[in-house]
Design a protein around this ligand. Sequence first.
Ligand SMILES: *Cc1c(COP(=O)(O)O)cnc(C)c1O
Length: 346
Amino acid sequence: MTIMSEHWIDLRSDTVTQPSTAMRAAMQAAAVGDDVYGDDPTVNRLQEVTAEMFGFEAALFAPSGTQSNLIALMLHCGRGDEYLVGQDAHTYKYEGGGAAVLGSIQPQPIANQLDGSLALADIAAYIKPDDMHFARTRLLTLENTIGGKVLGPDYMREATRFARARGLATHLDGARICNAAVKQGISMVDAVAGFDSLSVCLSKGLGAPVGSVLCGSKDFIEQGKRWRKMLGGGMRQAGILAAAGLYALEHNVARLADDHVNAARLASGIGEIAGLTVATPQTNIFYVEVPPGACDALRATLARARIRATVGPRTRLVTHLDISAVDVERIIAVFTAFFNDWRAPQ
Ligand SMILES: *Cc1c(COP(=O)(O)O)cnc(C)c1O
């Protein structure tokens, strides 16, 4: 097994994928127009295809998942309203506080359960009564997958029903919803059933360079165009980017199963190393507990072997379409060789 290679393996995220030659050819060939005027045929097609694929009336192409989530939050909630959200959720923790800063929307974070879900009892407890002291609770936001974990359709149906019965709207941050659906062997429509709106990332495991799509009712999406413009997301000949998204939806969804297989193999290979605690992956993301004293040396060893990873006491490893089964064996070999030599400082 050769451990050295010219080719860099990047385990930091599935956002690092390079657009393939075929994807670039689709971008090159895309018919375009000014999308702010609604004139871009490729953007329009991406929006129609995505809405249809997930069972919504309409969709809106946005430059990022952060923006498409923010548009959704600003549509569901007004100034002084509140959304219920997981403590570990992207829309709460990793989007710069945008809902509060730009939307005047108060987040009410709720501790995520170990499986990534929010307990219904917690949701009930955090819904505020109609009282002038409180923000108005308007929305429940869930995320699937979350930290690589899949929320099953039973839970999702139960949670959305629970929210609706209490007068709340529901939004799904489905940045990696295709991973969840492929893992469970269910349709995209079934994977998002019950939600009023959905944000899907094209630039994660699906391999497009840029873009997310917000899905919802016709009226919701029509109003969303105003917020998108205000937030700076009105793009012109964006069909060049939408073509990559269409290519991704057509060619890169079913193959997510390969990323899940590669993650499982990587986790079991690294899991055999004494001293490492490795969580069993459900999809393409999992965490490894690395002895804190080993982190600096491991990081350096990986870099010498042309492997990029965000090494820390809780190291996140992510597989994607630019990591092959052969790469996985090389990563396992490098980790194994490192820990054969490494001894915890006495
Ligand atoms: C990446 C991600 C986003 C945001 O997408 P960007 O395009 O990076 O802004 C939102 N939610 C989740 C769960 C993500 O992983």
